[in-house]
Design a protein around this ligand. Structure first.
Ligand code: SF4
Length: 273
């Protein structure tokens, strides 16, 4: 049976919609417009595809953790990092990616935080889009996408959703709440907690939990974002000349690191040619 199309919601869309507290200067709605409404234009696609080094490191780091846990005995072997690097075919990656991923693998071998846990799901990292969770209520319907890295059960029976991070970005509690909402549909009979672990710095977040009322508020927030986003996409399809009104630019410091600055007429960053 064909899957019914519904407006979609995800943490990434929420992040593109509204910045984390203190990150307002880095936020730009026009970036979301390029990434979501114009992503199939060849020039935009090429620039978005180029901006994938951090994403590549994240995927390989997740794959590395996955491979370590296919045979946890490997963690005790002297050549473990080299073995996993070979499975990941790291030598084919850019040098910067190789160096960071090797360091992540070394960190993980030194501190394998999933060792001994009752893992019920460990993502390989390259699965692509997760299967959506369809949320159907009287007044709204959405598909929720939550790419969960790892789920294990605590000794007290709670499910624990662990999200692996790389790089320097801060943990965003909103992402944890989206995972908790997903867990409430995937494991409705169990209480859930969510946390983050940075594979490069070794930093752990606090464990987040949420009441039903909080999850309800998060769900409504995601529904509102999904609906607004769909309305904006529809407006853009009806009149592409309104791009800058629908997705207003926020020229400033963010332009320096924006992968689209070479084609954005509002960029204040001079691109050398
Ligand atoms: S270059 Fe600046 S204004 Fe243009 S999309 Fe990027 S951040 Fe926004």
């Amino acid at each position: 049976m064909a899957r019914i199309w519904l407006p979609f919601a995800s943490y990434n869309l929420w992040l593109q919609f509204s910045p984390a507290v203190g990150k307002e200067r880095w936020h730009c709605d026009m970036k979301r417009g390029f990434a979501r409404a114009r992503k199939r234009e060849p020039q935009v696609k090429e620039l978005l595809d180029k901006d994938n080094i951090p994403q590549r490191i994240g995927i390989l780091a997740q794959q590395g953790v996955y491979e370590f846990h296919q045979d946890p005995l490997i963690l005790y072997q002297k050549e473990a990092v080299e073995q996993v690097a070979e499975i990941l075919q790291l030598s084919k990656e850019p040098v910067v990616v190789q160096q960071r991923v090797i360091s992540i693998l070394e960190n993980y071998q030194a501190n394998p935080i999933l060792l001994g846990k009752n893992i019920i799901k460990l993502s390989r990292g390259d699965e692509g889009f997760p299967k959506p969770i369809s949320i159907v209520k009287d007044s709204y319907e959405i598909n929720l996408f939550a790419a969960i890295d790892c789920i294990f059960t605590e000794e007290d029976g709670r499910v624990h959703i662990l999200d692996f991070k790389t790089g320097k970005s801060d943990f965003d509690r909103r992402q944890g709440y989206v995972y908790l909402l997903a867990a409430s549909y995937l494991h409705p009979k169990q209480q859930a907690v969510a946390s983050f672990y940075n594979l490069e710095t070794g930093k752990c977040s606090e464990c987040l939990s949420a009441t039903s009322a909080q999850l309800n508020a998060i769900e409504r927030k995601l529904v509102s974002i999904a609906q607004q986003h769909q309305q904006q996409l529809t407006r853009y399809r009806q009149n592409s000349a309104d791009f800058k009104k629908i997705f207003p630019p926020n020229p400033g410091i963010a332009c320096q690191y924006c992968s689209l600055n070479s084609i954005c007429e509002f960029s204040v960053h001079k691109v050398s040619t």
